[in-house]
Design a protein around this ligand. Sequence first.
Ligand SMILES: Cc1cc2nc3c(=O)[nH]c(=O)nc-3n(C[C@H](O)[C@H](O)[C@H](O)COP(=O)(O)OP(=O)(O)OC[C@H]3O[C@@H](n4cnc5c(N)ncnc54)[C@H](O)[C@@H]3O)c2cc1C
Length: 361
Amino acid sequence: MADFKVTELDPNLDFDKITYWDVVIIGAGPAGLAASLTTAHRGLTTLVIEAKDLPGGQPQFLYADKKIVDIPGFPDGITGDDLSERTFRQAVAALVQFRFEEELVEIEDTDQTEKEDLLRRVVTSKSSYLCRKVIVAVGLLHYPRKLPVLDQLDSKRVHYRIPRINDYHDEHVMVVGGGDSALDAAVMVLQRNGRVDLLVRGEAPSGKADSVGRIRELGGNIRTSTEVATAEFDQDKIVAGLSTGDSLVCDLAIVQIGFLSARDTFERLGIKLNADGSIAIDPYFETSRRGIFAVGDVHGDIKLITVAWAEGIQAAIYAFKEITSPYWLNEKRLRDYKIAMIGQKMSEAAAMHSTDGAKRK
Ligand SMILES: Cc1cc2nc3c(=O)[nH]c(=O)nc-3n(C[C@H](O)[C@H](O)[C@H](O)COP(=O)(O)OP(=O)(O)OC[C@H]3O[C@@H](n4cnc5c(N)ncnc54)[C@H](O)[C@@H]3O)c2cc1C
């Protein structure tokens, strides 16, 4: 199948006015970016949803400064940062649209159709989007669980990782969570002259007892059976209304309430998973829910940028074929099945023939 014609999207297209997207891609890592370029280059309106505030996926967040030496065409290597920036720039030039700091929650079926194609609703942490096809490219890494009541402040004073020392030195910090990482965060702040209120939802912290003892020793205030009910800013202070009725005024918040595993995300999608928890796909990268594709690290053994690219591109082309001629994949599957059946019958006949020949001898 020769498939390399580029059809540009109309540069005057008003993306705010479209009623549904042709393709929504979840994840702006190598797989998602490559898929997005490919669908946009075929004239499909394409939206990419990315949980983080930057595109690139693992090469950007895990090894931005490393020289990647196994990408064909870059004999001197290329850094994760540079590669991510270039691919993103290429996607933007193709008119791919992006939503950052937005997480996939679920993908709903609707009763709306477009040219016999069932529309899906991609629900995210901030909005929802109607579309014809979805490509899931979220990788396998784990992401810190957000606390919506603090997240809505949309502030750099709310941290989901331990901030740099200068950010909490001498400050009053609300640490949310009762596990080991929350306790460690509380100890670190207290050791640098910060004041700590540790909010624990349960009756006692679940982390190590000696860390709890250390927090008490250093003068930290542990509030058990307590959650943040409301939060707002008063000048540059966070004012939290607590479930106990108290209110707490602090300089910053560190939220350590566990991680959202990729498996949680996959399970919410209601698609078939492999025994190892990765997403099960067919030879066309389609999941058990038709119209939802999965590419890159979310499945398979070979976890490489070039493999993620190749899969993103293939799924994008299958999605394109399905959009331009619905049921194309089903017909292709049927043809493949028929060819397999003919092959099986031919080998059975050949086996029978050789047994007959052997008997005659
Ligand atoms: C330390 C290290 C070094 C590596 N070095 C190399 C190398 O030298 N060469 C090489 O080829 N490969 C290398 N790899 C592997 C390579 O980085 C991965 O195979 C590749 O990044 C997979 O791409 P992906 O798009 O499938 O997933 P990812 O890169 O993980 O991208 C997934 C994206 O989806 C986003 N996302 C996740 N969940 C959600 C959600 N719920 N909603 C919205 N967005 C979401 C993430 O924020 C992320 O941006 C390395 C991996 C590691 C860990």
